[in-house]
Design a binder for this molecule. Sequence first.
Ligand code: MG
Ligand code: ZN
Length: 368
Amino acid sequence: MLSKTFRFAILFMLVSLVLSSCNQAKVEKKTLPKNPKNIIFMIGDGMGLDQVYAAYTAKHGNLEMARCNVYGYNKTNSANDYVTDSAAGATAFSTGKKVNNETLCISPDGDTLTTILEIAEKHGLGTGLVATCKITHATPAAFIAHNINRNNYDEIALDFLKTDIDVFIGGGRDNFENRADSLNLSDILRQRNYQVVYDTTAVKEITQGKLAGLLYDDHPPKLSQGRGNMLEIASMKAIQLLDVFEKGFFMMIEGSQIDWGGHENDSQYIVDEAVDFDNVVGKVLDFAEQDGETLVVITADHECGGYALLGGDYEKGTVEGAFCTKHHSGVMVPVFAFGPGAEKFSGIIENTTFFDNFMELFGFNDEN
Ligand code: MG
Ligand code: ZN
């Protein structure tokens, strides 16, 4: 026979066990939101599976993208071609509509398409763009500009004044200050309370407010030619400046030059740029893990070069790459996602699904 005290002690233990597990369930629900407050969308331009695996090999198997718990593939074709260009590719991401190659946020019927960045801005979220190309180049431009031709860089720069974007950092100073129409857009930006800066040292010193970082006259150099950790400095500064928005933020970060390694059929160029991009993915995931309310989605607009790994060495971190074109290829490309809402990016999805998911996760119903 158990003593009365002992039976009471067991009962007490059982009751407290049930109560504490209830409490735990409550706490877990609170710390794991279903929808993200912030979305950081990272595009490795031209980054197919072989480009990712080249970075994996070069980093001796320590790929930051592998920290994501959701994987998928995205179908990259544009409205008029099996093989997309970067303008149509990024427009599908930013507007949820497939458009013709070369066009930025203009439908095949000539309609102007509103972007997720513009919609986020309208709803009072912070917004940002960071790239290792000129900021007027196709990928970042597709989040803010509307133009029938991606090469109209001076016109595209003007579109940066039409949206109240909070942070943008890349190259392309000439499109703002050395223009055919001799307007100085940086002066206008300053009148609108932007801090306009020209190097990473100055970027680091900014602690709050709006920022336009025009770090190079044209494109930033290759990593191997002295770009340094520009992408990391720019990305982490943008996150710091946007993290103060109570309603959250949307930003796009592009590793622009993985694609250019493909166009040049230069395997080492691809490796350098993909490793640089992946290192920044690691920093962004560190932030998202800490924050708990940030969704990080990483993908590519298309593959470039028909790049194939025919050999490699995990210990030495070297790869032997071959190419079958100097242009893009039509294959689907990998998707990695982490954080609240990540599960929506699994499986084989269209490049237009990113916009649809971003809208739903932010709770936006706007027509675009
Ligand atoms: Mg690009
Ligand atoms: Zn390209």
